[in-house]
Design a protein around this ligand. Structure first.
Ligand code: WT7
Length: 647
């Protein structure tokens, strides 16, 4: 590895990279740190080089090394004598439960791997997975990892159209899904939707179906296979083969600033190293003692890294919960914490704000005294929610760790560490500092570091092991999206604003691009706009994120109707808004349904035709309208406001 002379900076406020460097160079102190972490995993063959950054921004970590990710997450613990330790306490939504030990997990993963082999899949083939939060979801992911089949997990709430485009982009050969899923006490079909998605995906050879809810499903002979027939009949042993450290582990799609989601690519050795390290230190995790619960869905990166790979690499005992937090009652999470003696709990600010709405008597009715570390992820946590969380779940004594990261970073990057909370007091609402091994900075427009008390753009100025290795099939978009904004300095541009306080601690301020954050889910304005304009009644649409007390941001759409639709609306007085909201849910998924759709006569545009979202955000947030002087037609905002007042 060619390394520059060591810099003084190891974490915290960074200086910009050496002038003239094509990309910020690795810091030998940081790479040495990560080599130490990687040694805690089981390697079939050691690496030759910790980090090869010669093809930046395409990193290679631990190249030459070989390991099997599933072996590290499962077999290794059984071999060390922990086969009887519980890996998952699974709690189904209707109240059914299942206890899965590490020995059970090994058998299930081996059976599943043998089933996938029987379908003719070979290392490198992609597998799409759309499943509810059932144990088979974990078995499927680990079986893929075991065989070197990159998985692409698609959140269960995404529409058939969204699933179809993800399958097509990754050219997946197999889809693993379920007949149905439980949602708020009722069984809703799932296979109907996946059949719709796979009607036009030539890459799909088989659909493997878990029976979860029972009931009739349509069946395509030769293509569709029942999990309980194929998998259960397999041998429960399978010899894991080691793969290159840079072998693709998974693709996970996330929204960007343009219409089509990006397939974020993660690989094996570096990803698992950082997943395990961060899970261990952020939660101060003690294998065999702690009971850990991350409430995310496996369809998101949080589920990948902090339900599956990180905790299993660390031999955690985890809760896996299928249902929603208020089914059948609003104390469900507290009941589960009490039942299993959960000690480490990781959730999102939006749920904490829901708990606050449901009332503080509720957590008070349960024994939550086992909790010792509380985590938060997904969006900036407001100090009120932070304090409430610590008071009502943490008895005012547990550390609350606010963890900043992204689908692209693969694992947590910025967070306080509970082990240090005595020496360095936590601050409600601040993620505080990059983790050991990580370097970040806040810079201004020109890429220069800002000082204490100032805000700017968050950048990552050194490569890190779990960093994305690209966007599936689109090298140019990878460079453009993350590496072009501060190309001269070679920084990774995260898309978030941040501020240093007077102590030099970091505060995350939310996205600085056209990406919304609704209940911790990333949704692009462009994606919702293109769904809206695909509807026959809509001529034009502009979407903005408005402040929302529960969901952080909420989607607000402004639409201009086509001539005939305008006419219809005037005639019968019924609105087009209901059908339009339903249309967006059908195109993308219910999470993208706008909170509000405002029908307006025109959209505010600059003379060059660019929509002025800033002004629409003012309307959506009920603020006074800002400067309108750059509008092509200054009267547009007045007519929008007039129309909304009349409506
Ligand atoms: C975006 C990434 C990382 C897993 C969940 C979301 C926002 C995430 C925090 C936090 C402030 C946060 C950022 C980031 N975000 N965690 N602790 N404080 N903002 O993953 O869908 O890839 O979204 O979520 O804006 O860029 P994602």
């Amino acid at each position: 590895m060619s390394v520059p002379p060591p810099t003084e900076q190891t974490a915290g406020i960074a200086q910009s990279g050496p002038a003239g460097d094509p990309l910020a160079q690795p810091d030998p102190a940081l790479t040495a740190f990560w080599a130490g972490q990687a040694r805690q995993l089981h390697w079939e063959r050691p690496w030759a080089e910790v980090l090869d950054w010669s093809d930046a921004p395409f990193a290679q970590w631990f190249s030459g090394g070989r390991l099997n990710v599933a072996y590290n997450c499962v077999d290794r613990h059984v071999a060390a004598g922990h086969g009887e330790q519980v890996a998952f306490h699974w709690e189904g939504e209707p109240g059914d439960t299942r206890t899965i030990t590490y020995a059970d997990l090994r058998r299930e993963v081996c059976r599943t791997a043998n089933a996938l082999l029987s379908l003719g899949l070979t290392a490198g083939d992609r597998v799409a997975i759309q499943l509810p939060m059932i144990p088979e979801a974990v078995f499927a992911m680990l079986a893929c990892a075991r065989l070197g089949l990159p998985h692409s997990v698609v959140f269960g709430g995404f529409s058939p159209a969204a699933l179809r485009s993800r399958i097509a982009d990754a050219e997946a050969k197999l889809l693993i899904t379920a007949d149905g899923q439980y949602r708020r006490g009722t069984a809703v079909p799932m296979k109907d939707g996946t059949d719709e998605a796979t009607a036009d995906t030539p890459s799909i050879e088989h659909v493997l179906v878990v029976r979860r809810t029972g009931g009739e499903v349509a069946w395509t002979e030769g293509r569709d296979l029942w999990w309980h027939e194929l998998v259960d009949a397999q041998s429960d042993t399978h010899e894991a083969e080691a793969f290159d450290a840079e072998h693709p582990l998974f693709i996970l799609y996330t929204s960007g600033t343009t219409g089509s989601p990006k397939g974020i690519l993660h690989t094996s050795g570096g990803y698992l190293t950082q997943a395990a390290y961060t899970h261990r230190t952020i939660f101060d995790h003690r294998p065999g003692d702690d009971v850990y619960w991350c409430t995310a869905d496996i369809g998101w990166i949080t589920g990948h890294t902090y339900i599956v790979y990180g905790p299993l690499a660390n031999r955690a005992t985890s809760v896996l919960y299928e249902g929603t937090p208020n089914t059948p009652h609003e104390g469900r999470h507290f009941e589960i914490i009490q039942k299993y003696g959960v000690s480490l709990y990781y959730t999102a600010p939006t749920l904490i704000r829901s708990f606050m709405k449901w009332g503080e008597e509720l957590p008070g009715r349960y024994d939550l005294s086992t909790l010792r570390v509380l985590g938060s992820v997904g969006e900036p946590i407001n100090p009120e929610a932070w304090r409430w969380y610590r008071k009502h779940l943490g008895a005012d004594r547990t550390p609350v760790v606010d963890t900043w990261w992204q689908t692209e970073t693969g694992a947590v990057m910025i967070s306080p560490l509970p082990a240090e909370a005595d020496a360095k007091p936590l601050k409600p609402g601040s993620a505080q500092a990059p983790l050991p091994g990580i370097s970040a900075a806040v810079v201004n427009d020109r890429g220069e570091p800002v000082g204490r008390g100032e805000s700017g753009y968050l950048v990552l100025d050194r490569p890190w092991p779990a960093m994305l290795r690209g966007i599936w099939g689109d090298e140019e978009r990878f460079r453009e999206t993350y590496w072009s904004r501060f190309a001269r300095q070679g920084y990774y541009f995260a898309g978030d604003g941040a501020r240093y306080d007077e102590d030099g601690d970091l505060w995350l301020l939310g996205r600085v691009d056209d990406v919304m954050n609704v209940s911790g889910h990333r949704i692009s304005t462009a994606e919702v706009e293109s769904a809206l304009v695909a509807h026959p009644s809509v001529a034009e649409a502009a979407v903005v994120g408005a402040a929302d007390a529960t969901t952080g941001q909420a989607i607000v759409a402004f639409v201009v109707l086509r001539g005939d639709a305008q006419h219809d609306e005037r005639d019968d007085g019924t609105d087009v808004v209901g059908p339009l909201r339903a249309h967006v849910a059908a195109e993308i998924g219910p999470i993208a349904k706008p909170r509000q759709i405002m029908v307006v006569p025109e959209l505010p545009k600059t003379r060059s035709g660019k929509i002025m979202r800033r002004l629409l955000r003012d309307v959506a947030d009920n603020r006074e309208i800002g400067d309108v002087t750059t509008l092509a037609d200054a009267s547009v905002m007045a007519s929008i406001q007039q129309g909304l007042a009349d409506g």
